[in-house]
Design a protein around this ligand. Structure first.
Ligand code: LMR
Length: 355
């Protein structure tokens, strides 16, 4: 009898504990449509933010900063859980995960958004931005606005552009000075038709693959090289498995931060306001810090590795520009003629400013 009572007691405590865990934990954002009755409820809203890069990168740091600001501004009522390094979803999976409500914020590289709209390809055009000021002018002006708005037709809410910086080229096969040096080399690239077109022009063998498989591809010698920002080359240690690094600044790499439109609409006005304010502050912070981080990490690569670094001279750079320029007209029907004209104008303006 005593044994039965003890068992019964244990069972009751077990069930009570399970119920407590199930209901006491955070409420998923889907459940939190605005409702006056919810005023005063002390439940914490928890959003998941998934991304594929390391934490010590412009995107990784910005995601953490955003989480910090949202927590502060909401007095702890809203929590953003950040999952870096593709620990939840790869870059190939994350848009679907967002649409299915598995995660609530993502910030894919804009190069990978061609699957949603070919317009995004405009940011992949070679040497489109002569400097960082040109990047900001493009993203904060007509071009950037139009791109974020284009997400609406897919039920997504574009919140901001975060930048990483300019892409560089690494290789294990031979140093890359002129466009001809890439002939016959195989390289991992992001999933972008516009980037693919550039490597086709160079007679290189480009493989579109996920970011998180890049290190293994390089290490196993399945590709000779890749293109990426210094920050990604440093944080994922690509420099350990590559012999040559060319500072080419040939392309832009940045992110579109987004939510699912329905999840956004279900939030109260107050939550929306906190998220927007925190996003605006984070974006300004990202603008200020991304350049510096890439510069610092280039110094760290120089200190900690024997990778050979070559910076394109102005003459060499012009040779690359001449070689890759046909991509603008070739891809204009795909990207949209007006957008390509807009970026050409911007490029001219900032080339002129720089002289
Ligand atoms: C890449 O795939 O190389 C980048 O898009 C990764 C990233 O998100 O910066």
């Amino acid at each position: 009898m005593k044994r039965t009572l003890t068992l019964l007691l244990l069972l009751t405590v077990g069930i009570a504990a399970a119920l407590f865990i199930a209901f006491h934990n955070s409420t998923p954002p889907e459940a939190l449509s605005y409702d006056d009755d919810q005023e005063g409820l002390k439940d914490q809203i928890v959003f998941k933010f998934s991304h594929v890069v390391a934490e010590n990168t412009p995107k990784g740091l910005a995601a953490n900063k955003f989480a910090e600001l949202v927590y502060e501004k909401s007095n702890g009522d809203i929590k953003i859980e950040v999952f870096p390094n593709g620990s939840l979803y790869s870059d190939i999976e994350e848009i679907n995960a967002l649409k299915e409500g598995q995660v609530h914020f993502i910030a894919p590289s804009t190069s990978k958004l061609g699957m949603l709209s070919p317009k995004w390809g405009v940011l992949d055009l070679p040497f489109a931005f002569p400097d960082h000021k040109a990047i900001q002018a493009g993203l904060n002006g007509k071009i950037g606005d139009q791109l974020l708005q284009s997400l609406e037709k897919d039920g997504l809410k574009g919140l901001a552009h975060w930048t990483n910086g300019f892409k560089q080229i690494t290789s294990n096969k031979r140093p890359v000075y002129s466009p001809d040096d890439l002939k016959g080399q195989s390289l991992r690239i992001m999933q972008s038709k516009v980037i693919q077109a550039q490597y086709d022009l160079l007679d290189a063998d480009a493989h579109q693959d996920s970011f998180n498989s890049t290190y293994q591809l390089l290490e196993a010698g399945q590709v000779d090289g890749e293109e990426n920002t210094i920050s990604n080359i440093y944080s994922k240690k690509f420099y350990n498995v590559q012999k040559h690094l060319t500072i080419s600044n040939h392309g832009y790499l940045g992110y579109a931060v987004m939510m699912d439109q329905q999840v956004w609409k279900r939030q109260s006005e107050k939550t929306q306001q906190i998220l927007l304010e925190a996003m605006e502050e984070t974006t300004a912070w990202n603008e200020r810090h991304s350049i510096k981080l890439n510069e610092e990490q280039l110094e760290l690569i120089k200190q900690h590795s024997s990778i050979e670094i070559h910076e394109l001279t102005e003459t060499q750079k012009q040779e690359w520009i001449n070689k890759l320029d046909p991509v603008y007209d070739d891809l204009a029907p795909y990207i949209g003629k007006e957008l390509v004209e807009d970026i050409k104008k911007l490029r001219k303006q900032y080339e002129a400013d720089g002289t």
